[in-house]
Design a protein around this ligand. Structure first.
Ligand SMILES: [Zn+2]
Length: 470
């Protein structure tokens, strides 16, 4: 699948370099797409391993379309290309003099090497062709002997840098490093590259114009890129993903739903963007207070508190949505748990003591769990008393009394009841057809009376039918 912002092969622009991922094994690659601030974003996360490498491949003096910029050296050695991202297009670009000439580099230690290598320090030597892999301040070209150095050198390379300005640095939105090349405002689509906390590479493009530099920075932050930057944009904005990987597509990140039980929504800025793992757990917390869903939502607006949950339930049984289900909330002080769990904060109607929860809130919590399980393909909710089950509690991950004695005592019952309802209740039919509104002007027990009215309607110019219903 080749994704290009203008779509179709006619939009293909020839470019001079591409970031290419090759593998000899089964790569761990997730493909996502989502809507972001009115733009459409495609991105993939790639888990580096011993059999997977990323290179910056340079087409040389003659630009090529993205999928032609392949690294024969790797292919000859049993690697296959799996992902390609358009890099930069400068040496041969008519605007090179205006926009500058930096292309890209793979850097051993990006954070310290940035200042040294930014910009033109990373230029490949025009005409030397490919494969070209860049590392700390020097470039490796395909020469005799290169192979022997290859593994030791490539093993040190963890990051790539391209032409553009920084988007995020060390987890924060930071556009202060590098040079804005002037034309990648919201009028262009742009390729972006980043690295996640766990070392995953993130390749992204937007395919609908409208994201300015800062928007792209927030985008990259929200999809988990702790350090990221712009690559080239405009017509050379391409992302290619091997067709065989498309089955790894995350099921509709943009379609992933939230509960229809929600009464109140106030989205919190406190979350890590898209989940790293599919939803497979629910974690029920108590608020340690009797907050309404509005008050709880206000609390999660506070960035300094660094707390949030996907849902909240008030003592009155109303449901608040604070972090969309597709995103990882900051609730349980656990990367692993919160990336897997939908988290729910439930209000207490008793402060202290056993931290009681109202029956109304408990019942709504069960309903919400049933709904979450159903929409996320969880066939049951299992309480095992440890993290092997799908119902988890905060105190297993942090030094806290949450969810309090009362809710804790209810966990086996909640899990059992949710599972029972999942198996007993037939899911509400999903309307697939729009509703049809019929106009009826009469209903009669005697057919002749119905026929008489139908005749009257026809005489008045309407089409009428007589339909028997029992
Ligand atoms: Zn908690």
């Amino acid at each position: 699948m080749l994704i290009n912002y203008q779509g179709g092969s006619t939009a293909l622009r020839k470019i001079v370099d591409a970031f290419n991922v090759y593998t000899k094994g089964t790569p761990q690659i997730e493909y996502h797409q989502l809507e972001y601030e009115g733009s459409k974003v495609h991105f993939c996360r790639i888990r580096p391993d011993d059999n997977t490498v990323v290179t910056l491949d340079y087409a040389g003096d003659v630009p090529k379309i993205l999928t032609e910029i392949r690294n024969q050296w790797f292919i000859d050695r049993g690697y296959r290309p799996v992902v390609q991202l358009s890099g930069a297009y400068f040496d041969n670009h008519p605007g090179a003099a205006t926009y500058g000439r930096p292309v890209g580099a793979l850097l051993h230690n990006w954070s310290t090497a940035w200042e040294k290598h930014k910009g033109y320090d990373c230029l490949p030597t025009a005409g030397h062709g490919y494969p070209t892999v860049y590392s700390d301040g020097f470039s490796l070209r395909w020469i005799d002997g290169w192979e022997s150095d290859f593994h030791s050198l490539l093993g040190k390379m963890s990051f790539a840098r391209g032409v553009g300005q920084s988007l995020t640095i060390n987890g924060r939105v930071d556009c202060s490093v590098g040079e804005e090349n002037g034309r990648y405002n919201q009028d262009e689509c742009v390729a972006m590259m980043g690295i996640a906390q766990d070392g995953d590479w993130i390749f992204a493009i937007n395919t609908v114009k409208g994201l300015n530099h800062l928007c792209r920075a927030y985008l990259m932050q929200s999809i988990g890129a702790v350090t990221s930057f712009d690559l080239d944009g405009g017509g050379s904005t391409h992302l290619w993903i091997d067709d065989s990987l498309i089955s790894n597509q995350k099921e509709g990140d943009s379609n992933m739903s939230n509960s229809s039980l929600v009464n109140y929504t106030l989205l919190s800025p406190n979350h890590s963007g898209l989940r790293k793992f599919p939803i497979s757990r629910i974690t029920i917390h108590h608020m340690a207070g009797n907050l309404s869903v509005e008050q709880c939502g206000q609390l999660f607006q506070n960035r300094a508190k660094q707390g949030s949950s996907n849902y909240g339930i008030g003592t009155d049984g109303r449901v608040g949505l604070y972090v969309e289900e597709k995103n990882r909330a900051w609730t349980s002080a656990s990367y692993d748990n919160d990336n897997r769990a939908v988290t729910i904060e439930v209000a207490n109607d008793e402060i202290g003591g056993i931290w009681h929860v109202s029956d109304t809130a408990l019942e709504k919590c069960i309903q919400l769990c049933v709904d979450i399980c159903r929409r996320n393909g969880m066939k049951q909710l299992a309480y095992t008393g440890d993290t092997s089950g799908s119902l988890t509690m905060h105190c297993w991950f942090a030094n806290t009394a949450c969810p309090g004695p009362y809710l804790k005592s209810k966990f086996p019952y909640i899990a059992q009841e949710v599972t029972r309802r999942l198996n007993v209740d037939t899911p509400a039919p999903t309307p697939t057809q729009p509703a049809v509104y019929k106009v009826q002007i009469g209903a009669f027990s005697k057919k002749e009376n119905a026929d008489a009215l139908a005749a009257k309607a026809k005489a008045a110019g309407f089409t009428a039918i007589v339909k028997e219903e029992k």
